[in-house]
Write a protein that binds this ligand. Structure first.
Ligand code: ZN
Length: 120
């Protein structure tokens, strides 16, 4: 990929909301971008088109985002159930469900951190 192609890709990424990082690529010394939570060097990443970037970077992120949304919905329901719980049994059941939801959320956030941790 020629450097003018890389520049074109960078311009397009910036237009789509990518941010330019202050640190440079440890590999080629070029600029580093952050897009959709992922940090990468447009030159070394080997991306040849904006479509490729969208496909490779966005897909897992969106998927995780969907799961996260669902977990938050579940948490809200658990909270409501906990508030309206009558007696220790109902309360314990709500807390159990809440804890499971939080465990998944914690895992999810850890995975998300790893996905976006490239170049951190
Ligand atoms: Zn590089």
């Amino acid at each position: 990929m020629s450097s003018s192609d890389v520049n074109g890709l960078v311009v397009e990424l910036m237009r789509r909301g990518a941010s330019l990082l202050s640190e440079t690529c440890p590999n080629c010394g070029g600029i580093m971008l952050r897009y959709k939570g992922v940090t990468f060097c447009p030159r070394c990443s080997g991306f040849t088109s904006i479509e490729e970037v969208e496909e490779k970077l966005a897909a897992p992120k969106d998927l995780l985002g969907d799961i996260e949304k669902l977990i938050y919905e579940g948490l809200r329901e658990d909270l409501q159930a906990l508030r309206s719980a009558r007696g220790i049994e109902e309360r314990a059941a709500s807390l159990r469900s809440l804890r499971e939801e939080l465990e998944v959320l914690e895992m999810l956030l850890r995975v998300k951190d790893k996905v976006s941790g490239i170049g951190k």
